[in-house]
Design a protein. Structure first.
Length: 157
């Protein structure tokens, strides 16, 4: 399969994985904390941070922060799905050995690396157990669904 074709499949699989991830995170919050209003998501915080870097004098409207945050999250997921697809080539991807490791690596890099370094979120050490498990679970759902879609695409070739 060509690099372009593999990239496109990865973009689509990553987008689907991100949608599943968002659903999981939403359901986890609603099940564990049904009386607590939905707070700002991590990806909304990324948009808020970027907006402050680009135009510190201008505050982003909450509705814009949410919409742009969701689109940004889909873009991040599509990008990492594409990278996952390219790295694994045409071979069958084993979900436990690669997919779950990929989701865990993305989670650790984000929440132990660039997000706390930029002041966007707390680090894993600063999070409570629930937030740590919810974010890890979300990234594992992302990786698993991305893997499922990539495998489905691979078997159609």
């Amino acid at each position: 399969m060509s690099l372009m074709r593999r990239s496109m499949k990865g973009l689509l699989a990553g987008t689907c994985g991100t949608i599943a991830m968002g659903g999981f995170a939403f359901l986890a919050r609603r099940m564990v904390e049904p009386d607590k209003p939905m707070g700002k998501t991590h990806y909304e915080s990324v948009v808020e941070w970027a907006s402050k870097q680009a135009a510190p004098e201008r505050e982003i409207a909450p509705a814009d922060r949410i919409r742009i945050g969701e689109l940004t999250h889909l873009g991040f997921g599509a990008f990492w799905g594409m990278i996952f697809s390219i790295v694994n080539g045409d071979e069958a991807i084993k979900p436990v050995s690669k997919g779950i490791a990929w989701g865990t690596a993305l989670w650790a890099a984000a929440f132990s690396g660039y997000m706390p370094a930029l002041g966007i979120s707390r680090s894993l050490r600063q999070m409570g157990n629930y937030e740590r498990l919810r974010t890890l679970g979300s990234h594992l759902v992302f990786a698993t669904f991305t893997w499922v879609f990539l495998e489905a695409f691979r078997t159609r070739d």
